[in-house]
Design a binder for this molecule. Sequence first.
Ligand code: SF4
Ligand code: SF4
Length: 350
Amino acid sequence: MNTFIRKTAKFSNLISAYISTYFTSTPVFVRIIPTDRCNLNCKYCWQKSDSSYEMRLGEYRLYLAKAKKLGVGMITFLGGEPMLWKYLYEAIAETSQKNILTDMTTNGLLLNTESIRKLGESGLDYLNISVDGIKTNPVTKKNSVIRNNLMHDLRKTKNKYRMHFRLNSVIFKNNFEDTAQLIEFSKENNAQLSLGFIVPPIEKNQSGGQDIYFGRQDEKELRQIVSYIISKKRSGYPIIDPDAYFMDIFRFINREKFWDCNYPTRYGWINVTPKGKIRSCTKKMDELDYHFTDLNPDNYRQLRKIFGENVKKCNIRCYSNCAYDSWYYMHNKVRMLKKIISRVRYGLSS
Ligand code: SF4
Ligand code: SF4
């Protein structure tokens, strides 16, 4: 099947997955976590462990068959670091052949000319690469796509296989100079950039040191950061998060409850751990007593109630840009439409 026909079939499947949520309780988006291990050690990380259990290919095939039966529209590969998983390319190819959109978030350490080409060949639709600055620093070393000069390979694979890519970056205390350089880099390389404020620890036993989190005392610094980012956005820089995400940071540090995490909604995510269990949120490393292969519309409704109870406790302490953006666009349909149009234009022009 040629790339255009395959993409059309995948988008039709996504639309039908979304429409079917109006009639029955099934997930649109599934996130597969084939391994919890990671080859980096970022100071702000709450989503990895040294557990040696990795999903087997046979197990993934069962989950894929289940996802197809449930009418899932998109499967995301997450970790830990998903590129450590030895079956990654086969899993992406088999998912793609079932006309399900595929997406992956990687720290980029294992990206190189060959692995980028193999991802494109396998049929990956979206590649999200974490990059926290032009240089490494004591908090994070996520900059390999820049260090190894991989933008040319990414563009080439995008043109050949329509594998879109974007850069994801975390803004933490005292790293804004790095972020500003990255913003320039994204413009020079016409690469979409998603910027998220650091998410403080959600569980009590997690701690990365208080020196990296923003608080009320940082309001002046945050005002400079927000005004810088918004001015860059307005002058055409490819930053994809809505202005509201940056402006609402002041409500977050003042502990207001002003946004609702999508996990309990019909367009929330289902996370599947290496053992096939459901994880309530990628920031929590938990495993609920539900196995993905047992999921059906009845227990999915129960699960969403559990997510709803969990979110009551964590939402006020969380400012994940991925969860916020998803909530924001679901409640601002006109802006969502504009965003889709600008993405399509961007995809055609770059
Ligand atoms: S790359 Fe991601 S999973 Fe790995 S340590 Fe950093 S934040 Fe955690
Ligand atoms: S608010 Fe949502 S994204 Fe944030 S920790 Fe809670 S469940 Fe996870």
